[in-house]
Design a protein around this ligand. Structure first.
Ligand code: ZN
Length: 310
């Protein structure tokens, strides 16, 4: 049976969040400082439910455990990916994530976190933090102890449509005035290195200096991304990245396209415009999964989509 799994997102209020998930995506958000929409997630901290159809009301984690055939009966104990939209009105903390090996020893059973960012929108002078300037761990430790944050971190300007890969061990931060679609491993382990001395409910958020120093790659190396584009008269497909954790592509559709879902499963997020998939209306802010053996699907309309699979 060809049934599309549409998901109900989970929202997270954050000290740095804003209201654009309501004003631009029409979501019902819990506060005017909503930072994250967990759009396709089976993580216990934000498990999406199925919106409609045979599995209406079931969580994605329930489906993974009980209806494994929908995802090709894969061996991972949990759904391996997590798709978020992030609305950073203010700066996020400077942070780093562990790889699978460190994560497993830190919090049993957890994955590490490899993530990538597609910039949905940003202010004209927006920037992000990726990488640092310490040549080795000793210099890193010294700069952190002396709180030489502006010498340590690397900032770079960004624009709409930019794409970045954040491998484990990479110092990074999304800065204010930015909306991002994040594709990541299904993990919620973040080591916070510096939080601008901000207070959350009267006290600073916890830092993880030792863990950060343990996992930060020295010296920093920028990760390679793909960026190759396949053009045709009905639209274009951009290969954003492919690694052992995920493959991510962007589709810009002008008229109609027939594609094939021949993977174990395929995550799709509509990031702009509106259209139809196999007769069902979809628009900006919809997120869904095409299950195992879905086969060919027809997209019609004028819209942009981010696709990911493992
Ligand atoms: Zn991160």
């Amino acid at each position: 049976m060809k049934e599309i799994l549409f998901l109900e997102p989970v929202f997270k209020s954050m000290i740095w969040g804003g209201d654009r998930l309501r004003t631009e995506y029409n979501y019902k958000i819990p506060s005017d400082h909503t930072g994250e929409c967990w759009a396709i997630s089976a993580h216990p901290n934000g498990d999406c439910t199925i919106k409609s159809g045979s599995y209406k009301g079931k969580s994605l984690s329930w489906l993974w455990t009980n209806k494994g055939h929908l995802f090709g009966n894969r061996s991972e104990p949990t759904f391996p990916l997590l798709i978020k939209i992030i609305d950073a009105k203010k700066d996020l903390s400077i942070q780093v994530h562990p790889d699978d090996a460190y994560a497993a020893s830190y919090e049993s059973g957890s994955y590490g976190k490899t993530e990538c960012w597609y910039v949905l929108d940003c202010d004209k002078d927006a920037e992000i933090v990726i990488g640092h300037n310490a040549k080795d761990k000793d210099e890193l430790r010294n700069m952190i102890e002396q709180e030489r944050w502006s010498d340590l971190i690397r900032r770079r300007p960004i624009k709409r449509g930019d794409f970045f890969q954040i491998s484990p061990g990479t110092v990074h931060a999304i800065k204010g005035g930015t909306m991002i679609l994040e594709t990541q491993q299904n993990s919620d382990i973040t080591f916070r290195l510096y939080d601008y001395d901000r207070l959350d409910g009267g006290k600073p958020r916890q830092l993880h200096i030792k863990e950060s120093i343990d996992v930060i790659n020295c010296p920093h190396k920028d990760a390679a991304i793909d960026g190759s584009v396949i053009k045709c008269s009905s639209g274009e497909i951009t290969n954003l990245i492919r690694n052992k954790h995920y493959r991510v592509q962007k589709i810009d559709l002008y008229t109609e396209m027939v594609l094939n879902q021949d993977r174990d499963f395929m995550n799709i997020s509509v990031i702009e415009g509106e259209g139809v998939i196999d007769g069902t209306y979809i628009s900006k802010g919809d997120h869904f999964i095409l299950p195992y053996e879905y086969g060919s699907f027809r997209l019609e309309g004028k819209m942009s989509l981010i696709i990911s699979y493992k």
